[in-house]
Design a protein. Structure first.
Length: 283
């Protein structure tokens, strides 16, 4: 769409792909998004999705509150903005909001309240990181970043995302990537941005949800890529630049790229890092 608005993620997300959009879209050059369905089973912040704005897409994530936030951005963007701008950026308010998922009735909260809490915590927690413990409870500390409450959610961007989601054939799903990929058909395109294989023992971060993503999960994901290819569909997968990942995907085209990483618990580990883009396009 030549007249599409510039849309950006409404949350900060570990491993977000804003700085790699050009490299990924370059690999996708042979794909005509107007004629196929775009799939993104680890949607996260959705930087590539919002940049491409495909007319038909299935987006998915395992984090229920993230998916609720996408639904509320689609259905009630102004109400979501209004609920956020009145929340003070204070430690007391942060701790109150963070404690809500310790309540056994948390799942009964209205979806607007859950989406508002999710975005508020994402914008006021330390380094914008979303991390959950084994009980599925958010456990990142307060950041004290002095953000203005009216900046938690950019209203113009939210309204633009809402308009795009409503004017096109976009399915928003919550669940495992395996279930999200069941409807992939010949010619479709899939972008896979899973939790990365750790470069070392201290760099692992797989706790976007209470479920972990270890070695076996990486092997299973590669098998899912094989299945995508066997259907005559196309994929690009992101992962860390590690010999294990290179060996796992040795039968596919592998491109090493440099990614600017702005979210890390250790300041000296932020900055430019090497990552891999793996694809079956042009093989």
């Amino acid at each position: 769409m030549s007249d599409k608005l510039k849309l950006v993620p409404f949350v900060k997300w570990v491993g977000g792909k804003r700085s790699l959009v050009a490299e990924i879209t370059s690999l996708m050059a042979p794909i005509n998004l107007n004629n196929i369905t775009y799939h993104e089973p680890f949607i996260g912040g959705g930087a590539l999705f919002l940049n491409l704005q495909p007319p038909r897409a299935i987006i998915n994530d395992l984090n229920p509150d993230l998916i609720i936030a996408y639904r509320m951005i689609k259905e009630r963007p102004k109400a979501l903005y209004d609920s956020l701008k009145v929340k003070p950026n204070s430690k007391d308010k942060f701790l109150t909001e963070r404690s809500l998922d310790r309540n056994p009735n948390f799942k009964d909260l209205p979806e607007l309240d859950r989406a508002s809490r999710f975005i508020y915590l994402n914008k006021t927690c330390y380094n914008g990181m979303w991390r959950e413990n084994s009980k599925g409870q958010f456990n990142v500390p307060f950041s004290n970043n002095n953000m203005n409450p009216e900046a938690y959610l950019n209203l113009e961007n939210a309204l633009g995302i809402s308009d795009y989601l409503n004017r096109n054939d976009i399915i928003i799903k919550h669940g495992t990537y395996v279930n999200a990929l069941k409807n992939v058909s010949k010619g479709d395109f899939v972008y896979l941005d899973p939790p990365y294989y750790p470069l070392n023992a201290t760099s692992s971060f797989t706790s976007y949800t209470k479920s972990s993503f270890g070695v076996q999960e990486q092997i299973d994901l590669k098998k899912a890529c094989d299945e995508i290819a066997s259907k005559g569909a196309f994929f690009v997968a992101s992962n860390s630049s590690h010999s294990f990942i290179r060996g796992l995907y040795q039968d596919y085209r592998i491109e090493e790229v440099r990614m600017r990483r702005s979210i890390n618990s250790k300041g000296h580990l932020r900055g430019e890092v090497k990552e891999l883009l793996i694809t079956n396009i042009d093989l």
